[in-house]
Design a protein around this ligand. Sequence first.
Ligand code: ATP
Length: 369
Amino acid sequence: MADIRLEGVGHSYDGGRTWAVKPMTWTWRGSRAYALLGPSGCGKTTLLNIISGLIIPTVGRVFFDDRDVTGVPTAGRNIAQVFQFPVLYEEMSVYDNLAFPLRNRKYPAKEVDQRVRQVARLLSLEEHLGRRSRRLDAGRQQIVSLGRGLVRSQVAAVLLDEPLTVVDPALKWTLRSKLKEIHRDTGHTLVYVTHDQTEALTFADEVVVVNDGAIVQAGEPAELFLSPAHEFVGHFIGSPGMNMLPAEIVAGVVRIGPSEVGLAAADGVHAGRSDVEAADGLPAGPVRIGVRPEFVVIGGPRRSPGVAATVTGTDRMGAYDLVHTLVGEHPVLVKTEAGALHEPGSAAFLHFPAERTFLFRDQVRCGSL
Ligand code: ATP
């Protein structure tokens, strides 16, 4: 399974006026399962098609291990790609559709049969193997397409572009775990494009978050949730996303209006810091405080990091409550256990745990409380 290296790769559809993918250098490491996550229009599909060879990038080079494949068409790259909608030979049986990529590459007949049956078993297609593909519903056809993408063991990479869009939501969870199982078995280098954070977080070894044509952060799911490096990651991952509050650093102290929220620490100096280090670490000026609704605590001693707020309402979500508060005019959401009583209009002190509260400047994380 190949390492796929993008060196200064960027793509513009309009002769360089705007960049769908801004020039970037990035390596997809062999045998890992990646999710490429970002909102609609951020450049995910363009990036995937650059890897597959459907698009030749405007600038930069693409390498599969040490082989420069920049000008090599898709057929010469030994990749498998699955699209959002089924791509099948409708008159062929499901078996023949699954066997097609293997026969095309001259796999021995015995191995063809073994692989087809193995993939069919994992994707619960066994009872459909003899049916014509056009007789299946769209969701099942897409599962066959997925099977076709996964059936070859020897591929440089498997590229999946929102492959579960037309699949029944209830089946998606099962399919994602099957996909994980197949990946564990084959060790493909796998890139899975999605705009759905649940899909990305439950599936991938590593999630690559893209916004506006650029990679803003990549990491394991927990890392992105617990330690976002960019405001966009804070917003986009989590449900609801991270609270963001405008604040000011004055002599090493973080303030919202007249209220002291806590001491500012530059990134990496959480432990054993002194006030002097904190003041040295982060220059005075505006910042935004980011803290997830999961980590804000209503109540707590007023001398701990935090700020006074007013409760405005509570959403009863079943498994938890979402308490709406205002700090001055800025909303802050707090996830609490279900059934807690917080009267609208009541005053509350919001505690911001230092190790889970970050400071952002120009959208990029620069420190913590
Ligand atoms: P989606 O999830 O909606 O498919 P995406 O993240 O995959 O979005 P792309 O499809 O790569 O994003 O599109 C990135 C940008 O490039 C968008 O602004 C889109 O409008 C533009 N774009 C994509 N394909 C073309 C094309 N063939 N010609 C011109 N512009 C394009």
